[in-house]
Design a protein around this ligand. Structure first.
Ligand code: ACO
Length: 319
């Protein structure tokens, strides 16, 4: 059995901050941000929380599927910015959507989180353990960045996306995942709950990123893992209809397409509108593609995520 996507949903906060708004806070410009990243604006939470956005995305996915929430057996929420340490975001979503029979837990692998959660759900389904699984990616990156640091605050936005999987007979899902903890210092965020940290510095902690190291890592590892999954599936690049990559930076996606010698039109992007919403980028993009009618049954979709850890993962499935 494989998990077929029977519903998608997403939620982004209505409050928009464009590059010109950012230029009033830090020394930057619309031209610099667009040229280096492809980002034009980002949606930022005001009153909303990560769990709220996750719940709204989940409601939309469930509504589209027509499946009764009581049939959902498992909810996995990928997030690294849950508003509370516990209860986990997945349990908050359970409450919001009335999935009274579901188990729920969160997974944290930063920007790679959704692809890993999707693969975990597929593994449960193919093992016959669960039939109906809700997978969510949700993050409030605006709570984690230093709004005085132009090197990072320009990159991120807030949002959530969800897919509902239902077990069916079908083409297997092929997947791969890797980590390199030895390079973890390239992208870090200290826990705000570490009392010794707060005492030592008297300051809040924010995302630290070696931008060029992350850039080089992504450009090398994303094509590699895509090739690895294709080899497992005994398929070629030409057979893939869409490569749905983590939306961190237009230049990373363009470089990956170039290395794979594949036309950029097969790499949909929406980061101009939403920036990098971490674990939410892939499911938000899938939801947009689904709702605009770009996805047809039988098409082959390759997901690829990369991020802090360092971690990277990919998944190949038939729509
Ligand atoms: N506006 C204007 N100037 C800036 C800004 C800004 N927002 N940010 C940095 N600069 C300046 C720097 O201070 C530096 O100035 P200097 O030459 O006088 O010292 C100059 O621009 C070049 O800085 P670099 O950091 O070398 O710029 P780079 O071309 O590497 O671009 C960027 C920075 C966009 C962060 C790039 O490294 C990148 O995209 N890295 C990938 C990281 C990424 O996408 N992370 C997302 C999170 S992780 C994830 O999702 C996996």
């Amino acid at each position: 059995m494989v998990g077929k996507i029977c519903g998608t949903g997403s939620y982004v906060p209505p409050h928009v901050m464009d590059n010109d708004d950012l230029a009033k806070i830090v020394d930057t410009s619309d031209e610099w941000i667009r040229e280096r990243t492809g980002i034009g604006k980002r949606h930022i939470i005001e009153e909303e929380t990560t769990s709220y956005m996750a719940g709204q995305a989940a409601l939309r996915a469930v509504e589209q599927s027509g499946i009764d929430p009581s049939e959902i057996e498992l909810i996995i929420a990928a997030t690294s910015s849950s508003d509370v340490v516990f209860p986990c975001a997945a349990c908050e979503v359970q409450k919001t959507i009335g999935a009274v029979h579901a188990a729920g837990y969160d997974m944290n692998a930063a920007c790679t989180g959704f692809v890993l959660a999707f693969n975990t759900a597929q593994a449960y389904i193919s093992a016959g353990i669960y039939k109906t699984v809700l997978v969510i990616g949700a993050d409030s990156m605006s709570n984690l960045v230093d709004w005085n640091d132009r090197g990072t605050c320009i990159l991120f936005g807030d949002g959530a996306g969800a897919v509902l999987l239902r077990a069916e007979e079908g083409t297997p899902v092929y997947m791969a995942a890797h980590s390199d903890g030895g390079k973890g210092q390239a992208l870090t965020l200290q826990s705000r709950h570490r009392k010794d940290w707060d005492k030592e510095s008297g300051e809040e902690s924010y995302i630290y990123m070696d931008g060029q190291a992350v850039f080089k890592f992504a450009v090398r590892k994303v094509p590699e893992i895509i090739e690895e999954v294709l080899e497992k599936a005994e398929m070629s690049l030409e057979q893939i209809d869409y490569f749905v990559l983590h939306q961190a930076n237009r230049r990373i996606i363009e470089a990956a397409a170039k290395r794979l010698k594949t036309d950029i039109t097969k790499f949909p992007m929406n980061l101009e509108e939403y920036a990098n919403t971490s674990a939410a980028t892939v499911p938000i993009l899938l939801d947009e593609m689904n709702r605009e009618g770009s996805l047809k049954r039988g098409q082959k979709i390759m997901l690829a995520g990369f991020g802090a850890g360092l971690t990277w993962a990919a998944s190949l499935f038939e729509w």
